[in-house]
Write a protein that binds this ligand. Structure first.
Ligand code: AHM
Ligand code: MG
Length: 350
């Protein structure tokens, strides 16, 4: 039986049978770019470190009632932070002083996060959702961190909002960390998608899923079907098609965790589509729930790198020019064939 880090069975894999740490892999990737300065490499290292620190807390999340809950003092007399705030602080503090970033932005904050004045700035921009699906923490369901890295657009000085509002197609790197039955970091710098599993004993991310491709034969569709009545006719008809109701396709199984990273990760490895369409359940917010810059664009970048697609229903996610930091968009992501079918049905029936 193969284990998570046994890649020997995968033909054509340069790392077959070798134990490759994330550091080694990132460095090897960097060496294929003679002009690379190592700055991006170092940012990815820091994200991997943040992931380990956050993972060490998520695995103890259920102990808060015993050891002290958020906002209260723990047994050591320290004030316990909420896990999403902790993740947010951890990523910021690991990256604010390195001189590699011009500015950051986090889903937890309304505005951009400037680099403090006493630290120097660098050429890149980091956007992140520190702990997506955090409403699942209390029930021990997988959660995730999503990150997106761009080159700054402004010439110099502190980075600005303009640096953060970039099209997904200009991403330099993107990825996520899933805190599940094991912790995994999955990322792309535009040369395939690679996954690393954290060995908690030695504290290293080891290459476990090189060059991930979405399987051609999809298995699952993932959507919050409880809101079906609030969807457009096109999305309703598409869902019936996925269920095989019109007899033109075989039904897919429904899997929905309600934790975007976990739902996306499963479909990336097993094949399928995740969608969160526009709906009318809240008349104030009819553009879907998920945020373009923090959630949709980075995952769209990974999906395309893995041979899949991501759209709003009509437009390619990576082509969208964000207008605000917390802009929400309808989101369909997964196997190219399923995403294309969604687009066709939405165009025909909406
Ligand atoms: P969050 O950013 O507030 O954690 O919300 C995003 C989450 C996603 O992880 C998940 O896919 C979605 O919200 C679930 O929403 P719903 O409960 O409406 O199905
Ligand atoms: Mg989120």
């Amino acid at each position: 039986m193969s284990t998570a880090i046994d890649q020997s069975a995968q033909p054509g894999n340069a790392h077959a049978g070798k134990i490759v740490t994330i550091e080694r892999f990132i460095l090897d990737e960097q060496q294929s770019y003679p002009d690379a300065t190592g700055t991006l490499t170092s940012i990815l290292y820091d994200i991997a470190l943040a992931a380990k620190i956050i993972a060490s807390k998520t695995t103890r999340a259920g102990l808060s009632d015993i050891l002290g809950s958020a906002g209260k003092e723990n047994v050591q007399g320290e004030v316990v932070q909420k896990l999403d705030e902790y993740a947010d602080r951890t990523i910021f503090r690991l990256n604010d002083h390195t001189g590699r970033l011009a500015v950051m932005a986090s889903e937890e904050h309304e505005d951009i996060l400037p680099i403090p004045d006493h630290f120097s700035v660098g050429p890149y921009v980091l956007l992140y959702d520190p702990l997506d699906g955090s409403s699942n923490i209390d029930v021990n369901v997988s959660i995730g961190t999503i990150f997106a890295i761009y080159r700054r657009k402004t010439a110099d000085g502190r980075g600005t909002l303009q640096d953060c509002l970039q099209r997904g197609r200009d991403l330099v790197a993107a990825g996520y960390v899933i805190y599940g039955s094991s912790t995994m970091l999955v990322y792309s710098t535009g040369h395939g998608v690679h996954g690393f599993t954290l060995d908690p004993i030695i504290g290293e991310f080891l290459l476990s899923h090189p060059d991930i491709r979405i399987p051609e034969k999809p298995k699952f569709y993932s959507v919050n079907q409880g809101y079906e009545q609030f969807w457009s006719a096109g999305v309703q008809r598409y869902t019936e098609w996925l269920q095989g109701k019109d007899k033109t396709a075989k039904p897919l199984s429904l899997r929905y965790i309600g934790s975007l990273v976990a739902d996306f990760h499963r479909n990336l490895l097993m094949g399928g589509i995740y969608y969160y369409p526009s709906d009318t359940k809240d008349p104030e917010q009819t553009t879907g729930k998920l945020r373009l810059v923090y959630e949709c664009a980075p995952l769209a970048f990974l999906a395309e790198q893995a041979g899949g697609m991501a759209i709003t229903g009509t437009e390619r996610i990576l082509d969208l020019q964000p207008t605000t930091l917390h802009q929400r968009v309808p989101f369909f992501i997964g196997n190219a064939e399923l995403v294309t079918k969604a687009q066709e049905m939405i165009q025909s029936f909406d």
